[in-house]
Design a protein around this ligand. Structure first.
Ligand code: ATP
Ligand code: MG
Ligand code: FE
Length: 347
């Protein structure tokens, strides 16, 4: 079954072709980061308009790269939420129009299920059940996963998402958006012994997160440096290092706690922040000590992409799930509302 996947939930147009027997055939991504950079964040209307411009050329590009024609496609999967409503509508409208024209089913996919299943695109796949750490620009969640669509929320951020905290800290350090990769780059040159930032909520029981206190602490440290001698390049590196250590330390503690609570030994990490090398290494090391393992996507499939939507959509389309007549996109959509894989629905 050959599935065309389309991701347009935010500021990336992602397109991919996934075949349920041959795997990922082709994928392409256009990031709008240059369009939004001068605003310091994503401007929804500009995002929608650029998806309109980029989606069809990218679809033609992946079809050519995979040496496929539209007649080969058996279904179209697109991101139906959560995300920016206008951006979602562009992808959904195009995907449904193409599917209708080609006489194949379409299916709206949950963006976070896409992220969650992205590690399945790797040669070595995790087996159910596992605990998933979803760490992206809009989400920080620990989820127990017993199968596709069998999700139980174990904990989540009470305020900022981890990626959002990276982006805000980066802004304080005059770094461009999105800030995660910039913080990570500076952190490599940072002195780990200069600052010790608090690890939020680790002394409280439970699996929720909070990053707003860390944000304030970061801002205070930046201001102290500015007042002392102006914010030097080394100050920035040292602050980036301390910030990253605090986020990574917190995530590692909560992941270990979640595995212990659920009596599981497999952790799956996904979403943009899972590209962070310090986080990957620290989690790998901490879990190895306990005989547990961590799986994550290739760096290009940690942030938004079409491949994860094609993959997630393919699993559900293969199980017979298709869009109903009145399917709508949703800006907010709890992942726990998704049906399990084998429950038939739709037309
Ligand atoms: P959501 O998936 O919750 O709707 P999103 O799609 O905007 O949000 P992603 O594309 O998964 O989020 O991830 C983007 C986030 O990942 C940004 O906040 C970015 O700063 C962060 N990020 C990307 N690379 C890194 C890195 N190496 N270290 C830390 N953070 C990173
Ligand atoms: Mg993005
Ligand atoms: Fe995302």
């Amino acid at each position: 079954m050959l599935i065309l996947g389309l991701e347009t939930s935010c500021d990336e147009t992602g397109v991919a072709l996934y075949d349920t027997t041959r795997g990922l055939l082709a994928h392409s991504l256009f990031s709008q980061v240059d369009i939004h950079v001068e605003y310091g964040g994503v401007v929804p209307e500009l995002a929608s308009r650029d998806h309109v411009r980029k989606a069809l050329p990218l679809i033609e590009e992946v079809l050519a790269a995979a040496e496929c024609s539209p007649e080969d496609i058996d279904g179209v999967a697109y991101t139906a939420g959560p995300g920016l409503i206008g951006a979602l509508m562009v992808g959904a409208t195009l995907a449904r129009a193409l599917a209708w024209g080609w006489g194949v089913p379409s299916l709206g996919v949950h963006h976070m299920e896409g992220h969650l299943l992205a590690p399945m695109l790797e040669p070595e796949r995790p087996e159910f059940p596992f605990v998933a750490l979803l760490v992206s620009g809009g989400h920080t969640q620990l989820v127990r996963v017993d199968g596709i669509g069998q999700y139980r929320l174990l904990g989540e951020s009470l305020d900022d998402a981890a990626g959002e905290a990276f982006d805000k800290a980066a802004k304080m350090l005059d770094l461009p958006y999105p800030g995660g990769p910039h913080i990570a780059r500076l952190a490599e040159q940072g002195n780990p012994d200069r600052f010790n930032f608090p690890r939020p909520m680790v002394n409280r029981p439970g699996l929720d997160f909070s990053f707003s206190g860390l944000k304030t602490y970061t801002l205070n440290t930046v201001n102290d440096c500015r007042e002392a001698s102006g914010l030097t390049e080394q100050d920035k590196c040292d602050i980036a290092r301390a910030f990253e250590e605090a986020v990574v330390g917190t995530l590692v503690i909560k992941c270990r706690r979640a595995l212990q609570q659920e009596q599981l030994s497999t952790l799956v990490m996904a979403g943009g922040v899972s590209a962070n090398r310090n986080l990957r290494a620290s989690l790998g090391k901490a879990l190895a000590k306990e005989g547990a393992r961590v799986f994550y996507p290739a760096p290009e499939f940690c942030t938004d992409n079409g491949a994860m939507i094609a993959y997630a959509g393919a699993q559900r389309l293969l199980a017979g799930q298709v869009d109903g007549e009145n399917t709508a996109v949703r800006a907010r959509w709890p992942m726990t509302e998704l049906p399990p894989l084998n429950e038939q629905q739709g037309a």
